[in-house]
Design a protein around this ligand. Structure first.
Ligand SMILES: Cc1cc2nc3c(=O)[nH]c(=O)nc-3n(C[C@H](O)[C@H](O)[C@H](O)COP(=O)(O)O)c2cc1C
Length: 195
């Protein structure tokens, strides 16, 4: 059994929806997957830190706001400095996802932010490993997986004038499930190897 924590922020519900689909995909492997809100981990002195410390893998998720992770997510990332001091997350699996309004939308900055903090903690970063389904003539945008074409993590898109019920659409949510499955399988292999 592998334990996976997904820590995310969502201002308007779109990223929360993606997080739920990442959870669904990860849980399909048999891993124990729990969602945590970044707001509940804003201070190193309170919140479910012991549960994160006990996880085998941690997945970071946030909307991209103004070209980086949202402020609430950054507050959580800063609060992880207490875990950094004690190497509490060293050698855990790490991965990240972000959602934004534009197809690209500077989401690379957010994924780089997540992979950097993972490196600071000595975590082992798992990328997506799914080729883009929308980069050649004849590809159908509507059903394409990983259509934004990110590899460092999961990147989804929701139109800014649509509610979280309406976006991200089904292909991005399916992409999110495949991402969760990928990270969970990597975590399971990592845990088995350690045993
Ligand atoms: C303050 C703010 C900044 C934003 N900056 C970006 C951005 O840099 N790139 C982008 O593509 N979308 C940007 N957006 C759009 C959001 O990323 C998009 O609406 C996203 O779905 C919101 O996710 P949430 O509902 O989980 O908060 C921004 C939205 C807000 C409110």
């Amino acid at each position: 059994m592998a334990k996976i924590a997904i820590v995310y922020h969502s201002g308007y519900g779109h990223t929360a929806k993606v997080a739920e689909h990442v959870r669904k995909g990860a849980a399909s492997t048999g891993a124990e997957v729990t969602l945590y809100k970044a707001e509940d981990l804003a201070s190193p002195e309170s919140g479910p830190w012991n549960e994160l410390n006990a996880a085998d893998g941690i997945i970071f998720g946030a909307p991209t706001y103004m070209g980086s992770a949202s402020a609430q997510m950054k507050q959580f990332l800063d609060a992880t400095s207490k875990a950094w001091f004690t190497d509490a997350w060293k050698d855990k699996i790490a991965a990240g996802f972000t959602n934004s309004g534009s197809l690209a939308g500077d989401k690379s900055s957010t994924l780089n932010q997540f992979s950097t903090i993972a490196a600071q903690h000595g975590m082992v970063w798992v990328n997506f490993g799914l080729k883009s389904g929308f980069n050649a003539s004849g590809h159908d945008f509507a059903g394409a997986l990983n259509r934004a074409g990110f590899y460092n993590g999961l990147a989804t898109q929701a139109m800014t004038d649509l509610s979280a019920e309406e976006g991200p659409d089904a292909s991005d949510l399916k992409t999110a499930e495949l991402f969760g499955e990928r990270v969970a399988n990597a975590t399971l292999r990592w845990v088995r190897g350690a045993a």
